[in-house]
Structures are given as C-alpha cells and as structure tokens.
Write a protein that binds this ligand. Structure first.
Ligand SMILES: Nc1nc2c(c(=O)[nH]1)N[C@H]1C(S)=C(S)[C@@H](COP(=O)(O)O)O[C@H]1N2
Ligand SMILES: [Mo]
Length: 509
C-alpha cells in the first residue's frame, strides 16, 4: 500500500506537469524533458544498440523504460515513508529539482517553462500528503480490525484511501492526456494545409517507365510519405507554423538575411526526386527512402548572402536545438542542388519530416545535411563549431557510400525456383553503373538495372534465374560511375556509414 501511495503521488506530478506544459510549451513537460536529456546524454554505442534492436521504436522503448524507473522510484518514495512522511517528501522535492533542471536546460526553454515542473512538484507533494494521511489512518484501522469490533466502521478508512487513490490515478491520466491534446492544438495543421496550394515553378519530370521492379518486390521508386524512414532526436516533433517560421542566415556573410515564409515561397521552387539515407543504416538496413522534394536552391540564397572566405562550415540549427554541420563547398555548388524543402511528394512537408522547412543535400548522410524544422544557418568554420552528432563520435564529413541491398527474396524465405532476385543500389551524385549478384559464391552475374531517374536517386536491380531445390545464399555488389566497386570489407555504421556486401539466404523447397 505504501509503495502504491508513493507511485501515485509521482504519477500525479507527471500528469499535472504534462498538462501545464500543454498550456505553456511542449518542451516544458518534465517527462519529455527528462527523456530528451536522456537521449542527448546517451553514448554512441548504446544508441546504435537501441537503433539496431528497436529500430524507430527506440523512443517508445526509452519512454517505457523511463516510466518503469520513475514508477520504481515512486514505490521507494512510499516505502521509505511508512513511519513518517518526511523521507518521501524529501525524495519528491529531489525529483522535482531533477525535473526542473531537465526542463530549464532544454534548448530554447523560456522562463515560463519553469511553471510545469513547479506545478508537478506541488501536485506530487500535495497528493502524497493526502494519500499518506489516509494510508496511516487505514493502517491504524487495520490493527483495530484484528480485534473483533463493530462491523460498520471496518474498512471505512481503507475505502477512503482506495477512493482517493482511484481519483488520483484517473486525474493523473486525464491531466496527461489533456496536456497531450493541448500540445497538439494550434494553427500548425491549418498552416500546413495552406501549403498544399503552392505549386513548384519547375515540376519534376514525370517518372520514366521501368523506374522500379516493384512487381518483383523491389521497393517502389517513390516512397510514400507514410513509409518514409524517420530519424531524429525529438520525442515530440516541434509544432512550428509557417507564420512563425524565420530562417536567419548569418555569421561569415557579407549581408545577413532573415527569410520569412513568404520570402521563401515567392522564390523559384524546384521539384526533384532525391534518395535520402541515414548513417545509422546497417548493411541491408531500412533507413533509406526516396521522395520528390520541392524547395528553393540553397546555392542561390547563399550567393545573395555572400559567403566570406574561410567559412568552410554551414552550421544549421533546428527550433528544438539540434545542430548540423555541412561543408560550405557542397552547398554553394549549384550542380549539387541542395535545397530548403517545403513539400514532399506533392504534399506539405509532414510535421515529423521537418515542417515547415527542412534542408536536403543530395549525396550526404542525413546527420550532416538534413536539418528538419530549420531556423538558423550560420556560416562558420569546422574549427569553431561542433554539431550534435560530431560531439557524439560521428565523422565530420560524411558523403554517402556506394552500396546495394537485396529486398527479395527476404531473409530465410521459401521461394519458387524462378523467383527473381531484386533490390536497390545507390551512389548519390555519382550514379550506378553496374550491379552484380552471385548465388552460392558462384560467378558474379550482371543484373538488369531499372531506368535511371537522376544521379541522386537509387536504382533497382533484378536478376532472373532458376534455383535448384535447397538452401541458397545470394550476394550483391554495386559499381558506381566513377568505376568504384563495393568491396567485401564489412564495416558498421560508426563513424561514417556502413559498408560491405549485403547477402540473404533463401530456400527453394
Ligand atoms: N532537427 C533535426 N533534424 C534532423 C535530425 C534530428 O534529429 N533533428 N536527424 C537527422 C538525421 S540523422 C537524418 S538521417 C534525417 C532523417 O530525415 P527523415 O526523418 O525525414 O527521414 O534527418 C536529419 N535531420
Ligand atoms: Mo541519420
């Protein structure tokens, strides 16, 4: 019972804190702020383990783990307070201090954010006082109950405790849900819908016939937005409307520029397909997708700002404080077609993919190029500023490696003897020249390639054949247009992207 009282008191604090955060700012939620701090403090090895094991559910697992740990701490709060409520109150104040520290050190935390952990502390302490009191009475009664007494008063105080507990549990749940609803309110969806009407000045050419082998289980050339991989450090995607959005371009420039939404969309809007890739993608992994992105070319904007000599890094920051360092040379190269993106596959940029504006740079892994919810761009040097993932052990420069992946047959699948082997190959900015497949360590055989769309997108391959009954292993390797062929040397994602041949086993019954 004591453990339960402690747990409920802590839950009440978290619920109320989340509710107040819904009113003030979603970054003020004690639960999410502690989670966000945990993410930022996670060492590189543990993060890779989490991504490998839980994939994009890594954050759900983190939140669940936090809930369990906080629940246990809550139980301790109750258990140390069986005689006196003082030790429990001390622990609650300590928890409040941790929550306040986490909230106030989140990026862009306003002073008002303090209200959320404060409310959490008060709610938690008050709940604890009341439930502790009822618990003491009920325990005393239980001692009385041991002697035969009049049956009417038996259990009255226990009932009071149970009713109080149920009310606290329900209240905490409702408060948390209310906070969640309030955080998701506002004009962001309305603001997104309006973006749907904006059309590209230069639309992407229609996809050529034969751009994929989807009929033979390669991925579709364009990844639908709902299937596009998602990787970021935020627990709740920032809610930023087009009206509130600004991008300040400053630092080593001749003319500082602050772009508003209307400044941005009144420019020439180019639409083109690009294949994005996350550096955490293992050999054979899923964090690769292709979309038609519409946006403004960064080379033009940077020309207007006038980049000064020696500014070798473009350091970008998102509204939630994530940072990214991109080589300036890549961004001012007009052939590269790096963009500030506002639409994805003809739809307004989805909130989780960076609404209202994100950066896309063909040929670079996302962590050094793909800033979502971008609000600041500083021309600086690599010596002066270190970006988020650089501080955590990843490489400063990270061009995408030439790679390939078998999609069908899937690992350990039973297939018909005439099942084609299909998949994808990519070498953004260079282009794919050749893909070869070998089965059971036999000779490498050239696979058929899908129609090339542009050098910045993946190409699908297909090898037809007839496989004997039994177990087989298929391997793939790609050659890009510079003449480089993937080698067998396997490397994991840390520090600058995985390499090596992907292989799958399949069975012909
Ligand atoms: N603000 C912000 N932008 C970000 C990230 C992030 O954590 N925060 N992650 C980057 C990484 S590691 C990748 S791979 C791409 C993924 O973009 P997507 O989620 O739209 O696929 O976004 C990049 N941009
Ligand atoms: Mo990434």
């Amino acid at each position: 019972m004591a453990a339960f009282v402690g747990l409920l008191s802590v839950a009440a604090g978290l619920g109320v804190g989340h509710l107040v955060a819904g009113l003030v700012s979603s970054t003020a939620s004690p639960f999410l702020a502690v989670g966000g701090t945990a993410i930022d403090l996670t060492p590189i090895g543990l993060r890779e383990f989490a991504v490998r094991t839980f994939g994009t559910y890594d954050k759900a697992v983190l939140l669940l783990g936090m809930a369990v740990v906080i629940g246990l701490i809550g139980a301790v709060v109750g258990l140390v307070s069986r005689r006196s409520r003082v030790p429990g109150l001390v622990l609650i104040v300590l928890l409040g201090a941790v929550a306040a520290a986490a909230v106030m050190t989140r990026p862009n935390a306003g002073l008002l954010n303090f209200l959320a952990p404060l409310a959490a502390l008060i709610a938690s302490a008050e709940t604890f006082e009341v439930l502790h009191e009822r618990g003491q009475t009920s325990a005393a009664q239980a001692v009385d109950d041991a002697r035969p007494a009049d049956g009417v008063t038996v259990g009255v105080s226990r009932r009071k405790l149970l009713v109080g507990s149920a009310a606290v549990a329900a209240g905490a749940g409702i408060a948390a849900a209310g906070g969640q609803l309030l955080a998701g309110r506002g004009d962001v969806e309305t603001s997104r819908k309006a973006v749907g009407r904006i059309a590209p000045t230069v639309p992407a050419p229609p996809l050529p016939a034969g751009a994929d082998f989807a009929a033979d289980w390669s991925p579709s050339f364009i990844t639908p937005n709902r299937d596009f991989y998602r990787i970021d450090t935020t627990l709740t995607p920032p809610q930023l409307s087009t009206e509130d959005w600004r991008l300040r371009i400053h630092g080593m420039v001749d003319r500082e520029i602050t772009l508003s939404w209307s400044d941005l969309v009144s420019r020439r809007l180019v639409e083109r397909p690009v294949t994005m890739l996350c550096v955490s993608n293992e050999v054979g992994g899923p964090y690769i997708s292709t979309a038609n992105f519409t946006g403004v070319l960064l080379a033009d904007i940077l020309k207007e700002a006038g980049v000064q000599r020696g500014a070798d890094q473009v350091f970008t920051t998102s509204v939630d404080g994530w940072t990214c360092g991109t080589p300036t040379a890549t961004l001012i190269d007009s052939g590269r077609q790096a963009m500030l993106v506002i639409k994805m596959n003809g739809e307004p940029l989805p909130i989780e993919h960076g609404f209202p504006v994100r950066m896309i740079v063909p040929g670079l892994y996302g962590y050094v190029s793909g800033t979502k919810w971008i609000t600041d761009m500083e021309l600086t040097t690599f010596d002066a500023q270190r970006a988020y993932w650089l501080q955590r052990g990843w490489a400063q420069r990270a061009p995408i490696k030439t790679m390939s992946r078998i999609d069908s047959p899937g690992e350990s699948r039973r297939v018909r003897p005439d099942t084609p082997i299909t998949g994808i190959a990519w070498a953004q900015t260079k282009g794919i020249k050749k893909v070869e497949v070998r089965v059971d360590h036999g000779p490498w055989r050239p696979a058929e390639l899908s129609t090339e769309v542009n050098l910045d997108t993946w190409r699908m391959f297909r090898l037809r054949g007839r496989w004997e009954p039994g177990n087989h292993v298929a391997e793939v390797r790609a050659t890009d247009k510079t003449g480089y062929t993937q080698t067998a040397d396997r490397a994991g994602p840390i520090p600058d992207g995985a390499s090596g041949w992907h292989s799958v086993q399949f069975i012909v019954p």
